[in-house]
Design a protein. Structure first.
Length: 64
């Protein structure tokens, strides 16, 4: 259920979500046109970047 939260955040509301595999600023599941195979959550589901400030973190940093 936590992976579905981004699908229900209304436009205009600022919420910063992260995935345990090192994505910060994730958004809802992508439409067919938005698919980026490099953006996946820890459950191996495709996601989008919700905000321009999104970031990724390599394994040595996120596991500290």
């Amino acid at each position: 259920m936590p992976t579905l939260v981004a699908n229900y955040i209304p436009p205009g509301m600022d919420v910063m979500l992260q995935s345990e595999n090192g994505l910060l600023g994730i958004g809802p599941f992508p439409t067919e046109q938005e698919i980026d195979p490099d953006l996946i959550n820890a459950g191996k589901q495709l996601v989008t970047g919700r905000c321009p400030a999104r970031a990724t973190f390599p394994a040595p940093i996120r596991s500290r």
